[in-house]
Design a binder for this molecule. Structure first.
Ligand SMILES: Nc1ncnc2c1ncn2[C@@H]1O[C@H](COP(=O)(O)OP(=O)(O)OP(=O)(O)O)[C@@H](O)[C@H]1O
Length: 441
């Protein structure tokens, strides 16, 4: 279906969409506004005739990216090029013309269809606005479109409320098709529908693609849906893409730890999937204050431990959790909780799942010193000691979507040669886990 190697149909480079949360002038005046970095430097290509799946947890910025690509939302940075024309520079009249070529199918068909209008009006409106067919042919064209999406021609006279969820989504698809687009952004088009209805809508989209040579950006949080429909998949985390590749490759051999975790969470994983189930702790951090370096490092099961110490990833993750707990803790609160405990330092280790003695004596000495400082009330020293000693490259350097291959790029230091030494020594530790474990000490 794809024509890899040709110029892409649409290309986004360094695309950004930041929201300002200030409600008005007063909020801005008193500095009560926050910047939500919903899409933060995305490079993306959609190729002619392909379906590109866009996946990620709720709040990662998928909808914002989809809508910004069409300039339904104004980008705050970066460029979007469609068939060689830069959308970000387009005058409104040119953009209106291009809108016939790129369409959007909304997640919630009920909310996106005006309940006051008949189906003929809803689908016909697009024909009229863009002057697609002469007025006297409009009704006929609406009836044809309804039949194309598997509805009956006589449904034209009815109102959206008279249809089921799946039928409403077909109306949304007919409306998008009316202007004879080349590219349709489908935003969770089957979520909320029964599984059997989902399958019928997905089949319809595939048939329409074959019939009209359409390209799709298919946004979904359900990876099994994407596995069925997408040629390639782009994985999004907290405003950025972390991995892009063919669906077959990404599903069979996910590289980014975030992709691995998403795939492992599918209720009935793909038979090609051979990894363990990975439970991601906590939810996606706020895009108003995203973590430094790799945004996923705070949740990453494979975060790279510092090269200076011989630490297993699990132990290092536990130390990171202690670090972030101490960074957030008020000194008085900590002191009052630990004050009357002789074993306060050991209790802090236990509470975070850190072994009473680390295998690496140097690492243990730093940790012991930091815990003693914390227990003595010198939280600042504890924080400094931990931050200086237990710093991961994942928190200091943001990975770019350049590791891996050109066709399967991955934004993860584990695939970046610059961090090969750290990654290799960590992999060796993990492999030798059977013979030695921090937790066995
Ligand atoms: N109009 C807005 N103003 C401020 N913040 C917004 C706005 N719209 C979305 N956001 C925030 O931007 C981030 C990305 O939201 P977005 O809806 O694009 O994510 P998503 O991956 O599509 O999530 P979902 O699957 O839940 O729709 C979220 O933190 C969201 O709260």
């Amino acid at each position: 279906m794809t024509t890899a190697g040709d110029d892409p149909l649409l290309r986004a480079e360094g695309l950004e969409k930041y929201y300002e949360t200030a409600d008005g002038v007063l909020d801005r005046l008193f500095g009560r506004s926050e910047t939500v970095r919903a899409v933060d430097g995305v490079d993306l290509e959609i190729r002619e005739g392909e379906t590109l799946g866009l996946v990620g947890e709720s709040g990662c910025g998928k909808t914002t990216l989809g809508r910004t690509l069409l300039r339904l939302l104004e980008p705050t940075g970066g460029t979007i090029t469609y068939r060689g024309t830069e959308l970000t520079d387009c005058a409104p009249s040119q953009l209106r013309a291009l809108r016939t070529e790129i369409q959007y199918v909304f997640q919630n068909p009920t909310a996106s269809l005006n309940p006051q209008l008949t189906v003929a009006d809803i689908v016909g409106e697009a024909l009229a606005v863009h002057d697609i067919v002469p007025d006297d042919r409009r009704d006929e064209r609406v009836r044809e479109l309804l039949e194309t999406v598997g509805l009956r021609a006589d449904h034209a006279a009815r109102y959206p409320r008279e249809f089921s969820g799946g039928q409403r989504q077909r109306i949304g698809i007919a409306r998008a098709l009316a202007v004879e687009p080349d590219l349709i952004v489908c935003d969770e088009p089957v979520s909320g529908l029964d599984v059997s209805v989902q399958a019928r809508i997905l089949n319809l989209l595939a048939d329409l693609q074959d019939q009209f040579g359409l390209s799709y950006l298919f946004i979904a949080h359900d990876l099994s849906v994407v596995d069925h429909i997408a040629d390639r998949v782009a994985v999004m985390y907290l405003g950025g893409l972390v991995e892009v590749g063919t669906t077959a490759e990404v599903f069979a051999d996910p590289s980014h730890p975030y992709t691995e975790a998403l795939l492992s969470a599918i209720p009935e994983p793909d038979p090609r999937w051979e990894g363990d189930r990975i439970v991601l702790e906590e939810s996606v951090p706020s895009p108003t204050d995203p973590p430094s370096g790799c945004r996923f490092h705070t949740r990453c099961p494979k975060v790279i431990p510092p090269a200076a110490y011989d630490l297993e990833t699990d132990t290092f993750r536990a130390i990171m959790a202690l670090r972030s707990r101490l960074a957030e803790t008020d000194p008085d609160t900590l002191h009052s909780r630990l004050d009357d405990r002789d074993d306060a330092a050991a209790a802090l280790r236990d509470a975070h799942g850190i072994p009473r003695r680390l295998h690496d004596p140097d690492a243990d000495a730093v940790l012991t010193d930091a815990l003693e400082a914390a227990v003595a009330g010198d939280l600042e020293r504890a924080r400094r000691r931990l931050a200086a000693a237990f710093e991961t490259p994942c928190e200091t350097t943001a990975p770019e979507l350049t590791a891996g291959t050109a066709d399967h790029p991955i934004a993860c230091h584990r695939f970046d040669e610059r961090f090969a030494a750290e990654t290799d020594s960590n992999e060796n530790r993990t492999r030798s886990n059977g013979t030695r474990s921090d937790h066995a000490q």
